[in-house]
Structure formats: structure tokens, C-alpha cells
Design a protein around this ligand. Structure first.
Ligand code: PLP
Length: 752
């Protein structure tokens, strides 16, 4: 079917064997692009628009080859010509259009929407320099522009363009698409990425992410989440958001008209999923366009829009729930500010409870617009939805109980096992057939949980994944990992609520324990990966602590043979795909109630890592599925944590003063250790942990250390550990994003 040899001759005038990896990559990408372009769009009267500030899509070549059903064929033809597809794919630059779990969720959803054959597209922005490229210098994070856009990429110029009117000026957009293929499907969807015709990359230099925040006609699509520590940066974010949703709304209306809508029935042609609050202004923007451009009466426009927008909440962290001064919105778009005031007024007429007001003291609560004017609001794990209903959004739940539902997050199995873990995938295919690729059902594996031969095969697959992970770490950090090490990973954005600092305190404990002569049964390798927001000082301090500890331990010959701490540089989807298949232990140690769902917990479980966790987010559902003997849980319950906050009753200093804890926290500021790092950062982090500890690491620390130690001991019983690993893979089916998307469609979108 595919003849790479012929293609190599046509394109380069060379035999396939003579191409270098980079030319082979370009050729393959073009083949996939052509195949995708030739597929018709998925059709249906009602179309979904999944609007999101982020799409963390990862490299696309392997995923697209898998979804086209030609992965093995291509791999073999390359192999016979002396090429390795993995090496070829290394030539691809990972798109930098996302940040963390929220963006990765959007990417998994696009894969599942296409795989289920549903007509649904993503809508976002084409950030030229992404979030940032993380580099470590002097054991600290530095941020560089992530130059991911190259001539030869996946973007398709659609020729579409819209005018976006801001207060006092307007800009012109330009729409690029990335084709989205479903597994085994003969139609395609799109990721629509809007850009600015007047964007100016020369505002950015190669060595810094600073730029002129006031040059709005040139800067709107330079970076995802530009620094918001000053008002200029904050207003810029509002400009970006309005640019995104005005384009989205214009596209939605144009496509509905093309499909025969008269706009009075727009809700029959389009449904919008608002991913977190960044796209909230699509609500007033749709109303604006219906009223100002299409002559529909205001009240009717409101009732149309009410029937077509749904909102997903992703966090209960107050600082992450967007609130903008009304004056900012008025600067960006006076008309949108007027419409929001009208919407606010109408709601205040209906309900006197100030807690549910959209505008409070001239501050606009974006989530409140979504809840009042959307027809659906969902949380992303059972526990998270319960917390929304019973505490965070309780007054709204009382008003609109019928709007609330849970949609536990999921991950696409095409990328998170078939794409990244070939050894385990082959084993599962041999054992279960290939139906699980689309059903997600791996439960048939449970039959083999006491089969020693199967357990050994599971162990062998892990070894193969570890080998390729070790090569990745060598390349990324220049560090060698012992072959027999237990691999323990915490890979996710750096945030106090995720509590990387608690794992760092454990590592200090373990370092001292080994110094005292307690040698572990085998080497322990702890791997961190994650970026910190540039303006988030404590998160930067945590990175510094981890990197300094890493260096300190590596330099101590008493300890370094037994304990290794590695922080991967520039953690992204590509790194995740190397680390996740190789992990033995999955660290999911957020403060209970704070991690809405988590998805790396699901990816790691699927790949046979055993979870060490608090009862937070989707960890609760994992624990339910695998049973207590196949997971390690610890820590205060979410109820306890919610109570401590409500009563302002958490007192870390008393916990700090416990001798065992004080020893660990004070290690950070012991003069020798400080001398190897940045004293200002270490002192600040120490004082924060000893006195503030807002995310209660000290509350759970003792139990965490105990449970973690038990886990390392249990690992030494090989067959019982492999059984846990098998059960985790076998029970991961619930977390296929195909299941999640079926639920969104059955209960919210109703696409036919
Ligand atoms: C899955 C994923 C995340 C989300 O991880 P959480 O532990 O759920 O926060 C973040 N970044 C990347 C690159 C991922 O693949």
C-alpha cells in the first residue's frame, strides 16, 4: 500500500536506505499529511467546538501512523532500509501549545472524539513560542522561548481569516488547522489554531521570554500564559482570550450558516465546551455577534447561547479561578463589558445571593458567567464534583442542581500505551487480542494474575521500557541509572499543592537514613519532571531544592550508589512517553481535595506502575478499582483538609517542631547545604515550610515516609509486586478517554 522506497526516489532521488533520519521524517510527515488531507471531514448536523487555551498534543507522527493503521507497515519498510522509526521521530519538534494536564486532556479528547467518529473540533491559539523551554542553570530554572514552529510542520493554512474588534483598534486573524485523525476512522476532525496576521516574532530574543507587552497588534500569539505579575500582562491575557473566542464564535456561526442554520436554531448546529474559564467570553461574544451582526433580539440571543455552551471546571484553587476587573474587559472590548453587565444585572434581578453574582465590587467572576449562562457544568473526577457541589460551588448547585454532573477524566490509550510502550502493548495484544485498543477493556488480564509466566512477561516489558528510559535520561541529563534500580517518579507541573516539596523532605530523610548505615535492598532512582510558572517564586525554590539535593547526593559516595535524584529538563509529552512506561512507582501525593483529577496517575497505572497516593482526585477511583492490596494510600482525608481550611485551624509550626520533622526541614538551611545552593531561595523555602506550609506537607509527612518505606520493601517480593503491576494495568480501562467522551456525548453534547 505504502511504498517508501518509491517515495524516496521521487522526493530525493535516493534509495530509502540513503536518507538521513531528518529527510525520512520529512517524507513520512508529508505522506501522513497527504493522507489526512484526502480524508473527508466528519459530518453531522450538530458540531462540537472544544475551546481551550491549551492543547498539549505531543509529537504527531507516531500517533497519526497508528491512527491511520500503517504504523507497523512503515516501521518495517524503514527497518529493512536500515532506519529506526523511533530515531526518525526524534527529528520531530514537539508542538508547544500547552502547559500541563488541562492541555493534555484537551489533546486526549480530540483523539477520542475523532476515534468515536463524532464531529468535533478543537479551537485554540497558535503560540509561536509556546509556554517556554525550560533550562537549568546553577540548579535553577531559566525560561527560553520554545521555538517549535518550523517550515515543515503539521499546520495547514486554511485561508480563513476574521476581523477581531478591540476597543480602539482591530486585528486580522489567520486560521491554521492541524488535522485530527481517529483510530481506524475514514474521516477527520480539526484542531483550529488562530494566529495574528500582524504577529511579530522579532519582539522576542532567543535568550529570554520578555517582550513588549503593550505591542498588542504584534504580540497576541507569541506566548501561552504570558507573565501576569503586572497589570500590563494581565490585560494582555484578556486580549488573548478575547482574540481566541471572537475567532471561535465567528467560525462557529459561519460554519452553522454553511450547514443551513438560520441562527435562530444555532444550538441545533453547534455546542461549545468551555475548557476551564479562559474561553468564557465566548458567551458574550456569541451574543454580540447574533445581536449586532445578525439582527437577533438580545433576549433571544441569550436564550440561544444558553442552550449551546457547557463548562468544565478544573480546579478549586482560588488563585486559579479567573477574576478580571471590569475595567480590563472594558478596555479590551467595551461591547463585551456592556453585555456582561447586562447578564449580571439580569441574574441579580433573579437572585439576591451576592455569592452567585457575576460582578462583585467591579470584579468579574468568569466561572459565574459560565454557570449561569451555560446549560452544563461538570467536574473532572467523582471527588472533585462532590466538592464542587457540596462546598466550592454550593450556592450554584442549590440554584441549578440539574446542570451539574461528573465526567471523570481519561487518557487516550493510542498514545499512552500503544504509542509509548510497544513491549507491553505486544504482550497485551498476544494475550487479549486487539479489541482493547478501542474498548479500553483490559480486564481479561485478571485471569493471569497468578500465572508466574505472565508475571515474568510483565516484568520483562518493564525492563525493556527501563532500557529506553535510561537512554533518554542519559541524553537529557547525562546521568547513568543503575540497571536494577527501582524507578519512582513524580512528573507534573511544579506546584505547592502537588507537594514535590514533601517528596524532597522524604529524600532528605532517606539520605540521612542511608548515611546512618541503613542500606536499601537495591538502588532507588527518584525522577522529577515539571515546569514552574516563571512568576511563581516558591515553585522555583522547590525546583532549586530538588536540583541542589540531586547534586548533593550524587557527590556523596556513601549514599550515591543507593539513592539517586534526577530532575528531567524541559518535561513535556515526549519525556512523559519515555518515563511513564518505565516507572515502578507513581507519586500522586497532592493535598487531598486539591488535585481535581490528575491524569498522569491514569497513564502510570495503565503502564503498570503502582500508585503511592493521597485520597485525592481520580486516585480515589483508582483505589476503588484495584483494591487496597494494589495501591498505597496515606494522608489526611479531603473532608479533614476542607475542615482545616474552613476553620483556619492548620498550625504547621507545631508539626515542624517535632524532632524528626525539624531535622529534615532544617537540613535545607544547614550551612554546608546552603553553600552549595542559593541561600536566599533555600531560606525562603525553609521558612515557608516551617511557618506557612499552606498545602500541609508537614501534616502528611510522617505517614508518607512510613508508607513509602513499606512500598520499597514490598517491591523486593517480585512476584507479588508484578501481580500488583498486572492488576493496575488490567483495571485501567475505566480511564480510557473514549469512555469519558462517550459520557460527554451521551449526557451533554448529543451529537448524532
Ligand atoms: C499527563 C501530563 C500532565 C498531567 O499530569 P498530572 O499529574 O495529572 O498533573 C502534565 N504534563 C504532561 C506532559 C503530561 O503528559
Amino acid at each position: 500500500m505504502i511504498d517508501l522506497e518509491k517515495r524516496a526516489h521521487e522526493k530525493y532521488g535516493l534509495p530509502l536506505a540513503a536518507l538521513d533520519d531528518s529527510d525520512a521524517y520529512t517524507m513520512l510527515m508529508e505522506i501522513v499529511r497527504e493522507k489526512a488531507q484526502s480524508l473527508p471531514d466528519t459530518e453531522g448536523k450538530r458540531r462540537l467546538y472544544y475551546i481551550s487555551a491549551e492543547f498539549l498534543i505531543g509529537k504527531l507522527l507516531t500517533n497519526n501512523l497508528i491512527n491511520l493503521g500503517i504504523y507497523n507497515e512503515v516501521k518495517e519498510q524503514l527497518y529493512h532500509a536500515g532506519h529506526d522509526l523511533n530515531k526518525v521521530e526524534e527529528c520531530e519538534v514537539e508542538p508547544s501549545l500547552g502547559n500541563g494536564g488541562l492541555g493534555r486532556l484537551a489533546a486526549c479528547f480530540l483523539d477520542s472524539i475523532a476515534t468515536l467518529g463524532l464531529p468535533g473540533d478543537g479551537v485554540g491559539l497558535n503560540y509561536h513560542f509556546g509556554l517556554f523551554h525550560q533550562k537549568f542553570r546553577d540548579n535553577q530554572q531559566t525560561e527560553l522561548p520554545d521555538e517549535w514552529l518550523h517550515e515543515q510542520g503539521w499546520l495547514v493554512d486554511t485561508g480563513k481569516s476574521y476581523t477581531v474588534p478591540f476597543g480602539g483598534f482591530s486585528v486580522t486573524s489567520k486560521l491554521y488547522d492541524i488535522d485530527v485523525l481517529g483510530y481506524g476512522r475514514k474521516t477527520k476532525n480539526h484542531l483550529h489554531l488562530f494566529d495574528l496576521t500582524s504577529v511579530d516574532e522579532s519582539l522576542v530574543s532567543a535568550d529570554s521570554i520578555d517582550f513588549d507587552k503593550t505591542a498588542l497588534k504584534k504580540n497576541l500569539t507569541l506566548f501561552l500564559y504570558p507573565d501576569d505579575s503586572d497589570d500590563q500582562g494581565r490585560i494582555l491575557r484578556v486580549y488573548q482570550e478575547y482574540f481566541m473566542v471572537s475567532n471561535a464564535a465567528q467560525l462557529i456561526i459561519e460554519e452553522a450558516l454553511e450547514r443551513g442554520s438560520d441562527l435562530h436554531d444555532l444550538d441545533e448546529y453547534a455546542v461549545v465546551q468551555i475548557n476551564d474559564t479562559h474561553p468564557t467570553m465566548v458567551i458574550p461574544e456569541l451574543i454580540r455577534l447574533l445581536v449586532d451582526e445578525h439582527g437577533i433580539d438580545f433576549d433571544e440571543a441569550v436564550s440561544i447561547v444558553r442552550k449551546m455552551v457547557a463548562y468544565t471546571n478544573h480546579t478549586i484553587l482560588a488563585e486559579a479561578l479567573e477574576k478580571w476587573p471590569l475595567s480590563f474587559l472594558r478596555t479590551v472590548s467595551p461591547r463585551i463589558a456592556d453585555i456582561i453587565e447586562k447578564l449580571d444585572y439580569a441574574e441579580k434581578e433573579k437572585d439576591a445571593d451576592p455569592a452567585v453574582a457575576i460582578i462583585q465590587n467591579d470584579i468579574v467572576h468568569m466561572a459565574h458567567i459560565d454557570i449561569h449562562y451555560g446549560f452544563s457544568i461538570n467536574g473532572v473526577a467523582a471527588l472533585h464534583t462532590k466538592i464542587l457541589e457540596e462546598s466550592e460551588l454550593k450556592p450554584f448547585y442549590k440554584l441549578y442542581p440539574e446542570k451539574f454532573s461528573n465526567k471523570t477524566n481519561g487518557i487516550t490509550f493510542r498514545r499512552w500505551i500503544m504509542g509509548c510502550n510497544p513491549a507491553l502493548t505486544s504482550l497485551l495484544d498476544e494475550t487479549l487480542g486487539t479489541e482493547w485498543h478501542t474498548t479500553g477493556d483490559l480486564s481479561g488480564l485478571m485471569e493471569y494474575k497468578d500465572d508466574p509466566e505472565m508475571l515474568e512477561k510483565i516484568g520483562d516489558a518493564k525492563e525493556i521500557a527501563k532500557r529506553s528510559m535510561r537512554a533518554f535520561i542519559k541524553q537529557n541529563r547525562g546521568i547513568d541509572i543503575p540497571r536494577n534500580a527501582i524507578v519512582d517518579v513524580q512528573i507534573k507541573r511544579i506546584h505547592e499543592y502537588k507537594r514535590q516539596q514533601m517528596l524532597a523532605l522524604y529524600l532528605i530523610w532517606k539520605y540521612l537514613d542511608i548515611k546512618n548505615g541503613n542500606i536499601p535492598a537495591r538502588p532507588i532512582t527518584v525522577i522529577f519532571g515539571g515546569k514552574a510558572a516563571p512568576a511563581y517564586v516558591i515553585a522555583q525554590d522547590i525546583i532549586h531544592l530538588i536540583l541542589t539535593l540531586s547534586q548533593w547526593i550524587a557527590a556523596d559516595p556513601d549514599v550515591s550508589p543507593y539513592l539517586q535524584v534526577i530532575m528531567v529538563e524541559n518535561y513535556n509529552v515526549t519525556a512523559a512517553e519515555k518515563l511513564i512506561p518505565a516507572a515502578d512507582i507513581s507519586e500522586q501525593i497532592s493535598l487531598a481535595s486539591k488535585e481535581a483529577s490528575g491524569t498522569s496517575n491514569m497513564k502510570l497505572m495503565l503502564n503498570g506502575a503502582v500508585t503511592l497516593c493521597t485520597m485525592d482526585g481520580a486516585n480515589v477511583e483508582i483505589a476503588d478499582l484495584v483494591g487496597p492490596e494494589n495501591i498505597y494510600t496515606f494522608g489526611a482525608s479531603s473532608e479533614e483538609v476542607v475542615r482545616l481550611y474552613a476553620e483556619n485551624a492548620y498550625r504547621p509550626h507545631g508539626l515542624y517542631l517535632r524532632p524528626g520533622t525539624k531535622l529534615l526541614v532544617d537540613f535545607i538551611t544547614n550551612p554546608k547545604f546552603m553553600a552549595t545552593g542559593n541561600p536566599e531561595r533555600l531560606k525562603r523555602l525553609h521558612d515557608d515550610m516551617a511557618n506557612k506550609d499552606w498545602f500541609m506537607a508537614l501534616l502528611d509527612l510522617e505517614e508518607y515516609i512510613q508508607v513509602k518505606e513499606r512500598m520499597y520493601v514490598d517491591y523486593e517480593d517480585r512476584s507479588s509486586w508484578l501481580k500488583k503491576s498486572l492488576v493496575n494495568t488490567a483495571m485501567a480501562g475505566k480511564f480510557s478517554s473514549d469512555r469519558t467522551i462517550k459520557q460527554y456525548n451521551d449526557e451533554i453534547w448529543h451529537l448524532d
